[in-house]
Design a protein around this ligand. Sequence first.
Ligand SMILES: [Zn+2]
Length: 111
Amino acid sequence: MMRDRVCLFCLAPEAMSVKFDRRGKPFLRCYACGVRAFMPSLQALNGVAILTPYAESVVDRMAHDPTYASAKRQEVATMVDAIRARLTTPVGAPSAPIERTPALSSQGRTA
Ligand SMILES: [Zn+2]
């Protein structure tokens, strides 16, 4: 994986490459989305090596098959919606007061 490949995060073609930090640890860098994913060792690149050709095949098919592309975009939207639903406080909004669960007394009733 010496040449730039598809980004596993944003799927931009030929945008991700393997770099090495000052300590010789590998990291992935995407020039399209800006992600930097640091790896503790070369072993962490196993999944990258196996999944990158799959991601490239998905991107290629999306470019030529509008139905497939629409289904993949829907998968992304579904995941993003699920993540947004887990957010309890919008980014930048003041945090809501924390609701505290009443403590149980030794008899099992709330104090
Ligand atoms: Zn990217």
